[in-house]
Every structure is written in structure tokens, then in C-alpha cells.
Design a protein around this ligand. Structure first.
Ligand SMILES: [Zn+2]
Ligand SMILES: [Zn+2]
Length: 69
């Protein structure tokens, strides 16, 4: 599995470590951003958050697109 961002940069010495949860492309250790996300659950009138954080992998491109305004 090759990292898509590395392919764009013509790098072939890296190995993909995961798949971006946004675009679905493979991403490597250098380009991946692993985020902790708290999943909300509907609970009666309000919402409650799980005690444990979930994990989500996004590639650099999607991370920038989501965090740059
Ligand atoms: Zn990469
Ligand atoms: Zn992505």
C-alpha cells in the first residue's frame, strides 16, 4: 500500500500505515494525522459523550482542508 501524498511527491520509499477516513486514500506515517474523537450518543434530552475517545486517521490533505479556514 503506497501513500498517495508520497506518490504525488514522487517518493516511493514509504509504506502506507492507514487509510484516510475522509478520502479513502492510503496514507503513510509522515502524512497521516491520527486524531482522537469523542463520539456523541443521544441520551434523553441531551447528548452524552463516550468515556473513551475513538481514533480516526486522516491524510494531510484532508486534515488541512478541515483545519484551514
Ligand atoms: Zn506519505
Ligand atoms: Zn484524505
Amino acid at each position: 500500500m503506497r501513500c498517495y501524498d508520497c506518490l504525488q511527491e514522487a517518493r516511493t520509499d514509504t509504506e502506507g500505515i492507514g487509510v484516510c477516513s475522509r478520502c479513502g486514500l492510503a496514507t503513510c506515517e509522515n502524512h497521516a494525522h491520527v486524531r482522537q474523537v469523542h463520539i456523541s450518543h443521544p441520551a434523553g434530552l441531551g447528548r452524552t459523550y463516550g468515556a473513551r475517545a475513538a481514533r480516526r486517521v486522516v491524510c494531510r490533505t484532508c486534515d488541512l482542508a478541515e483545519t484551514t479556514h
